[in-house]
Design a protein around this ligand. Sequence first.
Ligand code: PHE
Length: 457
Amino acid sequence: MSDTSGNAYPSFSSRLAFILTTAGAAVGLGNVWGFPYVAGKNGGGGFLLLYLVALALVAAPAFMAELLLGRMGKASPPTALRRLQAQAGSRVPWAPVAWMGLVATILILSFYDVIAGQALFYGWTALTGGFAGWDAGAVTALDTGFKASPAMAAFWSALFTAATIGIVSFDIRSGLERAGKIMMPALFLMLIGLMVFALVEGDAAAAFAFLFGFHDMRLDTGVVLEAVGQAFFTLSVGVGGIMTYGSYMGADVRLPRATLWIVAMDLAVALMAGLVIFPLVFAHNLDAAAGPGLIFITLPLIFTNIPAGAFVAFVFFLLLTFAAITSSISLMAPTVARLQEAGWSRARAAATMGLIAFLCGFATIWSFSDWQDFYPLAFLGLDGMTAFDLIREGVSNFVLPLSGIAYALMIGWWLKRDDVRKALPAPDGALFAIWYRVLGFLVPLAIGILFLTALVG
Ligand code: PHE
């Protein structure tokens, strides 16, 4: 079945294919690059607990809601939501939520491509004999060199974007699905190998104590917002990528169970990434709270003086690239689906969206060099935040949760309860009732209160 013919709506070939591909969308830089550094910065175990609560009570229910909207709407996000609005008989326009999501996909892609480009560059460096035996100065220079040279960052980012365009250009089964089916199992294998290596070679006890123990936990609105933002970002909720994948799921998928699998895989990857990074960091007396530099400076420092360091480095950055690419294709899928509805070919749509994201990426690239001290929204009191910081935090902490509220209201208030239940499908029992109430009340209230506190505070 071809999805370019315009006749049959495309679908993934099996339940497993759907789960792997969608887990691939969720598992990304946010798990391997983001989670360890955000957890490290916020004190480890305490943050993990907040993150788990945010994941279970808010982000995962919203993730299931987004998949379901895709399944029920069976089109690109703006079209799907417009149809569902009509079905629900609602007078509030729903499609703007989808358009906001599509804008967010471009913004996320713009910085995602740059970070993933750096991962690609590091993988290449390892492959061509880098890291082994380097001194600390050489490692730091690799990072600063990449960031100080917009041309270099643009080159690797372009390469990564081109790969994304390439995969998305194929039809659903031979593009998105095949990438998920190949890269996700490979990613798990590499991650397990690295974790065993790190636990044996590094300081496993310190890593466990850090990740699962309580230290000086800060509990303020900022940290809670960061935990919620991270939970949404890691599950890719709120931009329409998940809705698009939901529209491709086969009729035999049971959504509640599939959601459980995907969320579990996403969480497992974040925790395993922590168990790769922290044992090594502690064994080498380095700083777990190093921030974004954790995997591009701290970790490579370690790769220079462990056995088979260059090989370990190569596996790590290949894993990171795989994680990133299965997510970046999901960021491109919704806009491409929308353009296809307007008669474009997938290849042309993907190339256009890739080019736009790549060009927007210069905001991030320059944030690392020429715009390092340029704070575009300083006049709004957002002093000290570069364009990159604004895009990244603005999207994950604001746009994604806001879409989350909208999805929750669509399912919890506007669509008919029974239609929702049958589309899942779920028996009319306690579990369904809880999820339904969580969407109708808890998700909007929790996020709404959080936003208000952040505004006031
Ligand atoms: N979930 C991806 C990650 O963890 C990021 C992402 C967010 C991808 C939103 C698509 C949409 O890296």
